[in-house]
Design a protein around this ligand. Structure first.
Ligand SMILES: [Zn+2]
Ligand SMILES: [Zn+2]
Length: 149
């Protein structure tokens, strides 16, 4: 991913900018992500929150507990409902960006598929991508996980 990227919601009320390369890319197949997105999985990139900023609008936040027991904040546009990113309470330094909200998501290549235990039987493409039943070993974040830990 090039250094600076922009994105936003469907209606255009929320715009954001993200600077810095992702530390991890993934596709999350957990039921929460499926419900929140209305899709079988969510392609996401973990990016530094220090390089992320909302340029326009004020998104809404929805807080739930992740499987790990940590708070997970799901941030979305209150006007059109587009899910934009998630943040885990224990890792405020990182943002789990929903890559399809970027203006150009075409660079995306997943490092891993996670929460395959709830993957839909009709959603098993890209067999070469490493698969994990829940979190990869040593990781405890549904969407915001890192190689650095
Ligand atoms: Zn919107
Ligand atoms: Zn998920």
């Amino acid at each position: 991913m090039p250094d600076a990227r922009t994105g936003g919601c469907l209606c255009g009320a929320i715009r954001y900018e993200t600077v810095g390369a992702p530390v991890f890319t993934l596709r999350c197949h957990c039921r929460d992500c499926q419900r929140h997105s209305g899709a079988a999985h969510v392609p996401a990139a973990r990016v530094p929150s220090a390089g992320f900023r909302i340029c326009q609008g004020t998104p809404k936040r929805y807080v739930t507990k992740a499987d790990s027991g940590n708070d997970i904040v799901r941030v979305f546009c209150g006007d059109c409902g587009t899910p934009l990113y998630v943040q885990v309470g224990t890792r405020p330094d990182l943002i789990g960006l929903r890559v399809c909200t970027l203006d150009d998501p075409s660079w995306f290549k997943p490092d891993a598929d996670i929460f395959m235990k709830s993957a839909q039987p009709w959603d098993h493409d890209q067999p070469d991508v490493p698969k994990h039943e829940t979190y990869p070993p040593g990781q405890s974040y549904p969407i915001a996980l890192s190689r650095k830990q």
